[in-house]
Design a protein around this ligand. Sequence first.
Ligand code: UDX
Ligand code: ADP
Length: 465
Amino acid sequence: MEIESICCIGAGYVGGPTMAIIAEKCPHIKVTVVDLNKDRIAAWNHEDVSQIPIYEPGLSAIVAKARGRNLFFSTEVDKAIHEADMVFISVNTPTKTYGLGKGMAADLKYIELCARQIASVSTTDKIIVEKSTLPVRTAEAIKNILHNTGNGVKFEILSNPEFLAEGTAVTDLLNPDRVLIGGDTDAEGQMAVKALVDIYANWVPKERILTTNLWSSELSKLTANAFLAQRVSSINAMSELCEKTGADVNEVARAIGMDSRIGSKFLKASVGFGGSCFQKDILNLVYIAKSYGLNEVADYWEQVIIMNDHQKRRFATSIVSTLYNTVSGKKIAFLGWAFKKDTNDTRESAAIYVADYLLNEQANLAIFDPQVSEMQILSDLDYLESRSTDANRKGISVSEDVYENCKGAHAIAVLTEWDEFKTYDWQKIYENMQKPAFVFDGRNLLDGEELQKIGFVFQSIGTGK
Ligand code: UDX
Ligand code: ADP
């Protein structure tokens, strides 16, 4: 079966970039990305392509090339589903905030709504592709809905989890380590798998396209994220021990990373991992393990989250204790709010939790991030419901100029590893701060020795400095 028309439901951090690359690499396929959110679609269609809603290096140039040719963004969900041979589901699957599995299980209501909508508008056979990260055996639920509520047309379900990391989405999509496609093992299932393999084969070498059964594919995505998050928590656990013993976590990471069995990537100690995936997927894994009565498995993975929460809190408490046990009324300048560099995404960013802690200690926070808006920062804080929206607005200021942001501050906290932070005029920043002037580097980003020479009191994660 040759695919001529694709619809992707969900124009977010996964759906948007993935479809842009498919459209760019497959000019013979019409790709329509739909979303209920009118503002988001309007932003994707913005005349000035630099205004698309997601900041990812290289993405706007690709959108500029394919948009209007074979890449379209629309709010007409039914029409796009109806016309497509293949429908990708890329909607959000947040952690449940109510009822059974609250705080742990993935909330599948958006997925279910999509399945019902697909069933009701389809009049031709379609391949449905799960792109969102989902609990194992979600495909079963989607299948049930499609087959019991549809118009008698045939649906094949595939799992094709996305492994792109934000900030490097374009290069990850253009040159993936692997593409994973899970499908049913019967003849129809395998035909559907082949149709999707053929799409990726337009730019991904065949040996990197891995096919498995549905359940292996779904579980592999959760497993990959759990292993990656575990590495960050492992090095963060060592960072605390380094601080006590005089070891330097960067040196330890280099030393162990040279062991080819361990590998050098993902060993950067930090204020804690964030992002929309790690915490949500591990909580989901823990929930699934518990639901099968596998309590040791659940406890094992839960520890990764416990360590991460500890690391965020530890960073915040160390600021308070170093600033003579009080930050009340003191100005603390944040460099960075995004959960990592090169993205405007703030979901689960460590900065939010550190800010929350310091606001409870009555600090005045001055926040600067090269890509995150004041509106987003306030909405992240309001979402916590730790204090009134008024108190959040009184407690923080947001500046577009880093030097203004740090003026008069008692301390600077580095929360995101933006490259540009390294190139600032730190002498100038120092001169305009309260003395002693502190820098708390939550990303091991800055050159501590240089800053100490200027006069800063410098503390970095896991170095004892
Ligand atoms: C992750 C997975 O990498 C990706 O495959 C999956 O599709 C989605 O989840 P993402 O959340 O976009 O991607 O970013 P990632 O680069 O994995 O970083 C996650 C968090 O871990 C960030 O807050 C980052 O700063 C932190 N991190 C990462 C560290 O603190 N140290 C490291 O060594 C690596
Ligand atoms: P991700 O990081 O997984 O891409 P996002 O939250 O960035 O998650 O994007 C998911 C998008 O899916 C949102 O823009 C949301 O409006 C959209 N969405 C959710 N449910 C539906 C639906 N039933 N139909 C169309 N779009 C939907």
